[in-house]
Design a binder for this molecule. Sequence first.
Ligand code: COA
Length: 673
Amino acid sequence: MSSAEKINKILVIGSGTMGHGIVEVAAIAGYKVYMADINDEILKNALEKIKWSITKLYNKGSLRESVDSLMSRISTVVNVDSEGNFTEEFKNVVKEADMFIEAIPERLDIKQNLFRFIDENRKKDTIMATNTSSLPITEIASATSSPELVVGMHFFNPPPLMPLVEIIKGDKTSDATVSTVYEIAKKFGKQPVVVKKDVPGFIVNRVLARFLNTACWLAYKGKGSVLEIDSSIRYNLGFPMGAFELADYSGIDVFYYVNKAITERGFKMVHCPLFEEKFKSKELGMKSGKGFYEYPKPGAYVRPQIPKDLANKIDPVLLIAPAVNEGAWLLENEVASKEDIDKAVMLGLGWPKGLFEFADSYGIDNVNKALRSLKEMIGSEEYNPVKLLVDMESQGLLGRKSSKGFYEYKKVEEVSKKTLIIRYEKPIAWIVLNRPNKLNAISPETIKELYETLDELELNEDVRVIILTGSGRAFSAGADVTAFAGITPMQAAIFSKKFQELTLKMQYYAKPIIVAINGYTLGGGLEISMSGDIRIASETALFGQPEINLGFIPGAGGTQRLPRLVGRGQSKTIIFTGDNITAREALGMKLVDRVVPPERLEQEARELALKIASKPPLALMAAKLSIEQGLESNIWAGLNLEASLFGLLFSTEDVIEGVTAFLEKRKPSFKGK
Ligand code: COA
């Protein structure tokens, strides 16, 4: 039994936003959870919030267990009495718990006091995790007799929805503790990344601080307006929100305090005065009705209008380069692996690509150039490119254009259409749905471009397997709803038929199509994915046919292909409710064929495609046709087709090559002839 398997009862101390969110996550994962806080009133409130959130998830169909059954696994306990002493009741729970997660206010003295008490009363070998975002794990651990058991477990807000957890090693945390907490985070359904050194701000807050601070300096120095900067971030970088939009949304005070806390701990950053000005004048963003944008009702979010045509004023490299520099610093100081850093920014900040992927696409030389010009403009040392970036440039490791940067790239030829990118990686061709700002919503133009692209690739002899995927955080969130405004029933039916032609083309396409499902796969997105041959999904993908919520039904084959894959009952549940299902659930009902961690998706799809591409193309086509046609007819027709195709293949050169290679004990080389 691994150490993680011995953990059944988890005590979460603190029931604020993070605390009760963590309790909810642990309960959903099947743990018995104790939630502690300073009085019954606060705990009652937190329980209500958990119940509200669980009910919402249940009604959306995201939970298999009833609300009551889940709630029955959560107990509450008051941890301090009116004089501030720990209660007997709390002590008893501490004695029983198999693991602790602390989520109390960010004050070192209070945390150390709590950890000291837990340490004195806990069972042997119990892990003590802290959800701190700004305090050193090492200093919290110093209050205990077993610092090797103290670890950072930093969730993101709100914990039930955000997939990322940073696991932070204090100076004395043991590897065993880190790997147990890693396993627990996985059991919580989260995506953990390991922060191997206890640096202020860990990964996400450091990168975010650089990014926001630079955007702010650019505005402060008059290089662009708030709108121009946010427009470049949204439309060039493809981030879910602009920097000022995000600051307003989360609260300018929140960033002000986090940045202050991490700089006090040694993170070197010269703060942009604009944030402080806003903070001091209490223009905190959405919650106060005004920040960088205005909100008619304080506390009620209205998404700022950010015109796309302003996006070209600010070079996006200027905005991303300081974040890349920070990522490179983390890498050269062995704080985290490059895969974990990229995963952290994608899952923690919703960025469409990892930092190093951005750097490789823009070119390391351009990143360094941008940093130097920022240094000149702002004057602060933090903009000097770190040694790793300087070395990479001098060694010619410039990213995609030199085939090697942070990652290695096969020489690829790329063609961009309006809504797609086609990447030739012979013998594979990637088709990337590329409207990340619109979650790759499928417009009539996308359908046309996909159809034409598939046509071209079908005849291209250098391409043997297609991989279809999406850029950013979605595979595709479905048909572009804006295209439906004001259309007549006839026009809708014609749209449906056009879309069906595309999915039918995929089903009977002459070459295998692998679908690499990277995020939201809803409506038409799911219908496209179901028409491919093999579906590999990222653990973070979400699936659904939400059309019913808009008053209509799936129109690109969803009512036909979904029942064929998952059966009548499941397909009706999905279509009637419009609920989302997770990748794991999709795997359970055979809607996808494999689920992999997000950072492995591209490589797994590529490896499978390369394997299939080494097989005889004509036999692949025959196998696909025989399976697809056979499933749609009866077994006799299917068997006849199989026998005919089997016979026909014996007239091909590839069969001679296959048999000869077998006899000569060598690898065959198939030509598709
Ligand atoms: N059609 C057109 N635009 C879409 C879209 C769709 N199907 N799905 C997402 N978008 C756009 C949003 O309008 C938004 O654009 P904006 O930035 O200009 O406002 C952008 O993509 C990002 O989406 P947003 O809703 O802000 O992201 P989110 O993370 O809050 O929510 C979803 C993600 C998938 C839950 C949500 O976008 C959604 O429900 N989409 C529609 C799904 C659907 O009904 N599909 C079936 C259509 S038939």
